[in-house]
Design a protein. Structure first.
Length: 597
């Protein structure tokens, strides 16, 4: 017998499943274990911390029928019941101890890395391609947001079920077996219950069959029967969430469809840059809307995408499995072209597409490049990815670190200024907070959504309230309510301030009101009008308007008296007897003015 060489023995060991599991596990833990105690961030506050629906497991059934349970903010309702179930179990096990939430996010990413390894090994037939794909995906910096940001669990949870569905479908077709097929269908349904982007799975399966079995009318008809149940489940899901789709696409779209499509064409090139060169990551990227087909950036993007399409055409004829391995993850960006979202470019959308890039890199480095050179480049790539991912994870440590980084990278986007203002307000730096909110209003007004404006004016009101400037606070809350009359935070705060204003005098307003009344009694009407008008600059109270109207009446200024009474009646806190008196005086003054005219 020929003795086994040293290199052959190493290859035999590396092909064992436990080696891949161990390598991927160590890679994931080395990068993400230090982030276990990072704070709740961004949407975590209204989706988890403030969401009382998560605090009991008795709500599990309702999660599947009530999208409003997704958040404490009714305007942000989403149908992601399995995500809510995971949050509820996190809370049941550890309350708001943030480490438990991070552990589950890390575990999901780890499981997805193992599934990527299994999928690529099955497609390529090479254990080395599978292992390299799993390691590269485990460490790619673009995974940092779905792992570190708890609310991005929807992305990794959906990806988990998508990968299971795809693997089980391939197994079912290869073995002509019913059970894997049913498992694939069930996993697809679970993917939809985690995030709506799972709707692309039937298209992925169709592309898989076309690449595996060829394209012909007979083949397409033959394979269609395997896809039918998936399309029916997808249609049932779309029917269930039709109200949300109608709101997003027809009733209240964030932007027009043509603008959305051209913007996402630009975004595809930007995403490609982030995947290939993962530097400059941010929770908010400095990215603007496209002007249309004449936009130079759009034309350049179309030219580049055309070149990529040609490369894929060549790849189709060279290696069908590699074509599929690169293309299927990219298909999950398709919904962004038709569903306008507030954030134009978002890193967590690249979590699944990153699987395609890492598959391509793995194949090139271990199967096409000379062995030693390929392994050297692969090692350098793994080390650089690990370093970038660890550094990126540290940015997610606190809201202060996250938004300071975002502000540094995207100073012309409103949202970093909004959240920086929130950080300052939490630190008691109210003047700095107000300056940040004002910059958010002016730095790039065309990028502001209605939701952004609502948050800014509400938070300005909260800042003024903390400073004891109640009049300015009420003015800001009124601006917020003008945008959304149902916004509970602003409405409740305004009602409380108005109630307080109805019983509590501003010291300067009270002083000038009493002085003005004495002047009215003394017949010093011009001085009384000046003093009472000055009192209104400090506080708008019905009694001040009543005294001012009386002063105008006695000085013969009927029109001004009428306006004063009308202003009194427009106040929200007028007592019934005072309002009745004002109505009577208005009627009499209007009659007098008519007779005089």
């Amino acid at each position: 017998m020929r003795p086994i060489s040293h290199s052959e023995s190493w290859e035999t060991i590396l092909q064992k499943g436990w080696v891949a599991w161990t390598a991927i596990t160590l890679a994931v833990l080395a990068v993400y274990l230090p982030s276990l105690n990072h704070a709740f961030q961004y949407d975590d506050l209204h989706s988890i911390v403030e969401n009382s629906h998560l605090r009991t497991l008795y709500n599990l059934d309702d999660f599947f029928t009530r999208p409003d349970m997704f958040t404490a903010d009714a305007k942000s309702a989403m149908y992601r019941p399995l995500v809510l179930v995971s949050y509820a179990f996190n809370y049941a096990l550890g309350g708001y101890q943030v480490a438990g939430y991070h552990w589950l996010n890390i575990a999901l990413h780890w499981a997805n890395c193992l599934l990527v390894r299994s999928l690529m090994q099955r497609l390529s037939g090479l254990w080395s391609v599978g292992l390299a794909s799993g390691l590269l995906f485990a460490l790619h910096p673009i995974a940092g947001e779905p792992v570190n940001y708890i609310s991005s669990r929807s992305e990794s949870l959906c990806a988990f079920f998508i990968l299971i569905s795809l693997l089980q479908y391939i197994r079912a077709r290869e073995r002509a077996s019913l059970m894997p097929y049913l498992c694939s269908l069930s996993a697809f349904a679970c993917a939809l219950l985690a995030k709506s982007v799972g709707i692309i799975v039937p298209l992925v399966l169709a592309v898989r069959d076309a690449t595996a079995e060829g394209v012909s009318a007979r083949r397409l008809l033959h394979n269609a029967k395997y896809h039918l149940l998936f399309w029916l489940v997808g249609l049932a899901y779309a029917a269930g969430v039709r109200q949300a789709l109608q709101t997003a696409l027809i009733d209240r779209p964030v932007r027009g469809l043509s603008v959305q499509i051209f913007t996402q064409v630009k975004a595809l090139v930007y995403y490609l840059k982030l995947l290939l060169v993962p530097w400059g990551q941010s929770v908010e990227h400095q990215f603007v809307l496209a002007d249309g087909i004449g936009d130079g950036a759009v034309l350049a993007a179309l030219a580049l995408l055309g070149s990529l399409a040609f490369c894929l055409f060549l790849l189709w004829h060279r290696s069908r499995w590699l074509f599929f391995g690169c293309v299927w993850p990219a298909l999950f960006l398709l919904p962004t072209f038709v569903v306008p979202l507030n954030v134009l470019a978002n890193e967590h959308r690249l979590y699944i597409p990153a699987m395609g890039l890492t598959a391509l890199l793995a194949w090139v480095l271990v199967a096409r490049v000379e062995r030693r050179q390929g392994l050297l480049v692969l090692g350098l790539l793994i080390a650089s990815y690990a370093g970038l991912s660890r550094n990126r994870s540290q940015v997610w440590q606190t809201p202060a670190t996250l938004w300071a980084d975002a502000l540094d990278r995207a100073p012309r986007m409103p949202r970093p200024h909004i959240f920086t203002g929130d950080v300052y307000r939490g630190q008691g730096r109210n003047i700095d907070a107000l300056e940040s909110y004002q910059r958010a209003l002016t730095v790039n007004p065309e990028s502001l959504s209605g939701g952004d404006l609502l948050v800014i004016h509400n938070n300005i009101g909260a800042t003024y309230l903390a400073m004891g400037h109640n009049e300015q606070a009420m003015a800001s809350y009124r601006r917020a309510i003008a945008i959304d009359p149902d916004f509970a935070k602003a409405r409740d705060a305004l009602e409380a301030l108005q109630a307080l204003a109805s019983v509590a005098w501003h010291p300067e307003a009270e002083k000038r009101y009493k002085a003005g009344l004495k002047m009215v009694v003394a017949g010093m009407l011009e001085q009384a009008i000046a003093e009472l008008s000055a009192a209104l600059q400090f506080q708008r109270r019905p009694r001040i308007y009543q005294a001012l109207a009386l002063a105008y009446e006695r000085s013969g200024q009927t029109g001004a008296a009428i306006e004063a009474y009308r202003a009194l009646l427009r106040l929200p806190s007028v007592k019934a007897t005072l309002a009745q008196n004002a109505h009577e005086r208005l009627a009499e003054l209007a009659t007098r003015q008519g007779e005089f005219d």
